[in-house]
Design a protein around this ligand. Structure first.
Ligand code: ARG
Ligand code: ASP
Length: 720
């Protein structure tokens, strides 16, 4: 009976063309118009005004962009904020040294004066957002050409953005939605005195490491704490000892009540990029060409790294962060292509396109407006493919070679000398920059890995790329080394200045025309420059031109889709603007015959405990607390909850976002997605897409019982 009802309901949904349950990253400003009734029917107890208010304070005032690509939220009236450990990682690393190894040991400020200023770290509050399409498109005539249109829009947008912040300390940005069908103005207040307050040791904050990354069940304590400081007027100011904790307009109360299956949840934060409206051609390319080739290239690179890392501890530490970065996207792409295939994403898109074509053909007016789109998508994507493949190889093979990447930093210096613009000021500036990048580069550089990577990547590049995309230097290398990349690598790594850090420092200490001109005989520099030329002349321009046309077509295509499905709610692709996703706590079926629960506990941490495995080495103090069952008020059914999953539609950038219950209270901090659902950036599957959050009660347990920093809890509002 329940099954038939469910089928009936889903049939109804398809009939009215509603967005699929739980899918969507909604604009906070429009919740009242589109989503609030649905949200309330699913358990949200507050109003649209509570989410986003033009006049008063609302939950949005408790949310920040943290650093460059994460989200954070205020949890006290004194500027305390929480985000992920992997979002605070750069800051934690920045403050770490051999004497104070906060990555390994964690860090806890026991008083305000121990909080660590973190130069370079900013947080941004959204002051307001506003639809400005009419103003951005002002002056547009039906006859206008696309280049003229773009020019006009850029000028209008600039004027609007400037006037919106005139006489204030705010910054602003005009953002296109739906490929430029609509435009929104965003105004931000940026704080630059942000101090580190607390971080668990990596053995908690990164527990499970890359082994568990993108996976459920998960046991990572992925959080860190910071505090925003302001001047005496509660306004942003550069670091000063006189600054005081910022008093936010709003902070989130914390709920101790936890989660049950079916509970309403909402994620409020900054998803980075999604591509929900891609046509079948593009989805096919991602699932069948791009993801597989990128994964294969990274497979090769990771195998090389792992072999050397396993053999040597120093190398393991040097390459830990690089390896994590390479592995993160690699694993996501594997999940994404698997998910797209399992969902039959290409066929679904084709089905939608058949509907669209039929709908467009049904009236002469629509035929004129939309009938040309799909055939044109087809031909443009066919034309794009070789360039898109080449760009994948540029990023994933050529730039995978660390020395090639590093040597490209010297291009500016070389061209300054070549063009006779190497005045003292320019040279000094570039010298400083290169010196600091050289320092951080060589600190974690291990030549034998890079040499192997170069051989493997060049083999792949020239095996797969058509001759048209071969750099000029290839003929010379062929002749000189008989096509043996091993011989080339031996000579290049023997003779290149970049293979020897002291030679690079020497070059940087004596920058002059003569020394810089030696780079024109340097194998690595020449290889980099030659690739650079081939991409600049034969790939990038074509790629950009076709994509520009595609973007324009998507604008029209989505207009058509919205016209065809007037009852369906549309949401714009993620573009690192503030969004609301909502759904419910729920487990899922990862593969046939298995069922995942919606939560994990500290029991799982102890089950994974394995001191000899880096990713699973539980800190002794946590073992002690566990063995003594010293869980304090964080005990739930005799254990401590650690993480939970829900059906919220999230993406990269949502890391650190608050997970909020029906009462507007914080129940968790979002940090990842489950592997079987990582195709959600392209197509969302309510059955398998899950966001992963740390349970806020595990955060409190770690802060209070593990770190002994319970004083921090005193400034929070904890709802029992
Ligand atoms: N997969 C998560 C995200 O995309 C977390 C990445 C950090 N953790 C890691 N083990 N690399 O950002
Ligand atoms: N881990 C991601 C982030 O750092 C979140 C995600 O992709 O789901 O933003």
């Amino acid at each position: 009976m329940r099954k038939t009802l469910a089928i009936l309901f889903s049939a109804l949904f398809i009939l009215v063309g509603a967005a699929r349950a739980d899918e969507g990253m909604w604009l906070p400003l429009l919740m009242g118009k589109y989503n609030i009734d649905d949200m309330r029917s699913k358990g949200f107890k507050l109003t649209a005004e509570d989410i986003y208010s033009i006049n008063g304070s609302s939950i949005k005032d408790a949310i920040v962009i943290f650093g460059r690509g994460c989200t954070g939220e205020l949890i006290s009236p004194e500027g305390l904020l929480i985000t992920n450990h992997h979002c605070g990682y750069g800051a934690i690393q920045q403050h770490s040294s051999v004497e104070h190894d906060y990555l390994t040991n964690g860090f806890w400020a026991m008083s305000r004066d121990q909080e660590l200023p973190t130069p370079g770290l900013t947080v941004s509050f959204l002051v307001k957002m506003e639809e400005v399409t009419a103003k951005v498109l002002e002056g547009l005539t039906p006859q206008i050409t696309e280049p003229e249109r773009a020019k006009l829009i850029a000028a209008n947008a600039k004027a609007l953005a400037d006037s919106a912040t005139q006489g204030t300390h705010y910054t602003s940005r005009i953002v296109p939605m739906y490929y430029g069908s609509e435009y929104y103005l965003y105004i931000y207040e940026v704080f630059e005195d942000v101090r580190m307050v607390g971080a668990p040791p990596s053995a908690i904050g990164k527990f499970g490491g890359d082994t568990d990354n993108w996976m459920w069940p998960r046991h990572t304590g992925d959080f860190s704490l910071f505090r925003i400081y302001a001047n005496k007027d509660n306004q942003p100011a550069p670091f000063s000892p006189d600054n005081v904790p910022y008093k936010p307009k709003k902070y989130l109360p914390i709920s101790m009540k936890g989660v049950n299956p079916g509970d309403f949840t909402m994620v409020y934060g900054y998803p980075g990029t999604t591509q929900q409206y891609l046509t079948s051609h593009a989805v096919k390319f991602v699932a069948e060409v791009s993801d597989p080739q990128k994964v294969a290239l990274r497979d090769a690179r990771l195998n090389i790294m792992n072999a050397y890392m396993d053999a040597n501890d120093t190398v393991r530490i040097k390459y830990a962060s690089k390896n994590a970065g390479v592995a993160n996207a690699w694993k996501k792409w594997i999940g994404e292509m698997g998910g797209l295939r399992r969902l039959n994403a290409v066929e679904r898109k084709q089905e939608l396109e058949r509907q669209f074509a039929a709908w467009a053909a049904a009236s002469p007016e629509r035929t004129k407006k939309y009938g040309w789109l799909l055939p044109r998508f087809d031909s443009l994507y066919t034309a794009l493919e070789p360039y898109a493949i080449a760009r994948d190889y540029d990023r994933e093979a050529v730039f995978a070679v660390e020395l090639i990447r590093f040597s490209s930093n010297f291009k500016l210096l070389v061209s300054a000398f070549e063009s006779g613009k190497a005045d003292a000021e320019t040279v000094t500036k570039l010298q400083h920059k290169l010196l600091s990048s050289a320092k951080s580069f060589y600190k974690d550089y291990y030549l034998p890995i890079d040499k192997q990577v170069l051989m493997a990547m060049m083999e792949e590049y020239f095996a797969k790329m058509p001759a048209e995309f071969h750099p000029e230097i290839y003929t010379e290398i062929q002749q000189k080394f008989n096509g043996h990349w091993g011989d080339f690598a031996s000579e290049a790594f023997e003779k290149s200045v970049f293979a020897d850090s002291s030679a690079v420092y020497k070059l940087l200490a004596e920058v002059n025309a003569q020394n810089i001109s030696t780079l024109s005989n340097d194998w690595i520099y020449r290889l980099m420059a030659s690739f650079n030329t081939v991409f600049a002349t034969k790939v990038d321009g074509k790629y950009a031109a076709i994509n520009q046309q595609l973007d324009l077509m998507y604008r029209t295509y989505i207009q058509g889709l919205r016209e065809m499905q007037p009852n369906k709610l549309f949401y714009p692709d993620a573009n690192f603007t503030l969004r609301v996703a909502y759904g419910s706590v729920n487990g899922y079926e990862p593969y046939d015959g298995a069922q995942y629960l919606h939560y994990t506990t500290i029991e799982g941490i102890m089950e994974k405990d394995k001191p000899e495995i880096y990713d699973y080495n539980v800190p002794q103090r946590l073992r002690d607390l566990y063995n003594a069952r010293n869980f304090g008020p964080y005990t739930v059914n005799g254990t401590v909850p650690v993480a939970f999953i829900a059906t919220n539609h999230t993406s990269g950038g949502n890391s650190g976002s608050p997970v909020i219950n029906g009462n507007g209270e914080l129940i968790g901090v979002n940090f990842d997605r489950a592997w079987e659902g990582t195709m959600s950036d392209i197509m969302f599957d309510p059955d398998r897409c899950r966001n992963i959050s740390i349970d806020i009660r595990y955060v409190l347990f770690i802060v209070d019982k593990f770190a002994g920093a319970g004083h921090l809890l005193n400034e929070m509002t904890i709802v029992k």
